[in-house]
Design a binder for this molecule. Sequence first.
Ligand SMILES: Cc1ncc(COP(=O)(O)O)c(C=O)c1O
Length: 394
Amino acid sequence: MTHAVPSVRPEAADAPASGIVEVFNYGRGRPGLIPLWTGEGDMPTPAFIADAASRALAGGETFYTWQRGIPDLRQAISDYMTRLYDKPLGPDRFFATIGGMHAIQIAVRIACGTGDEVLIPSPAWPNFIGAAVAVGAKPVEVPLVLTSDAGNGRWTLDVDGLAAAVTPRTRAIMVNSPANPTGWTATREELVAILDLARKHGLWIIADEIYGRFVFDGSARAPSFHDVMEDEDRIFFVQTFSKNWAMTGWRVGWLECHPSLGDTVENLIQYSSSGVAAFLQRGAIAALEQGESFVQGQIARAKRGREIVCEGLAATGRVRFPVPEGAFYLFFSVDGEDDTRALAMRLIDEANVGLAPGTAFGHGAERYLRLCFQRRAEDLQEAVRRLAGVLTRS
Ligand SMILES: Cc1ncc(COP(=O)(O)O)c(C=O)c1O
């Protein structure tokens, strides 16, 4: 036998490596390192959620379950979403998934295939590109525009640039707002412009609104496609329990779409995960039904975190960023530092702080670093002190 390794389809072989993982591997396990490189906070899942899952596990909810999610969870999601978006959103719109990532994967599979193009405003979370490549589609990055890199600057969507990127092969637009890593939070006008474009060309919108509650202007949530869409629009919504309820390791989220797609989604769940463990879904119900004050605490934590890192890094005089409008990341550049991969390594060695290099987030992101500020104030104050120490002496 001469084959050293089995042959691999291009869709799998071309799936890009995550640029965050390289830095993570470099710094992993260092004593005292403050990890601000991944998209999660430091809070463990609250006990009322974990207890509900434990009770269901002990109570024998260990069998194969509904592909679409247990009816109680779909009802709880429907109640939560109806409250949040102030319009009736019935349980037949919602499908439990293995985290938000699985919801993205199912949406992409339904919308696109080999040779199709997917528009992605970028800098963007790398998994959008990865999910497109994995189904054989071509990600087309459309640069967001930064009005100024001073504190009063904003990331904005270049609506004309997005329209110009549409070709006969375009099938979908991925819209992540509030965005990881930039904090770009689409205005209602931007959402309307995207929707108009999608309607004109018959495109799908894959709306990742998982950070929708993390906004800092006092409003209850970010503008959403729910505010501007008609029932028959082609929109998938990606959601997750990971961030609001501190459940990143649970791998539970949901996909929302028009109920007419129910059988298709059910089949794709059957042939991928075959459903989310029922006992985990019981924890998710507790999160939705009893978790509102916890979510408020998470938002307050992010708000305080944002103040600490923005004030502390601005004081170095070397760091530039627009103040993020949403999500929980600071995306900043450092004067005179163009190689942020090398800089991220150096900050591990010299500051013992883990940040994600911009190289992980696509074209136009190379000069930036991403810092997750969803963490206790003391850690962030210490991280900023250490970062400032290194950045002001080099
Ligand atoms: C924009 C965005 N969408 C989706 C996800 C995935 O969430 P989950 O952990 O539920 O798969 C993340 C995680 O960082 C994210 O930043």
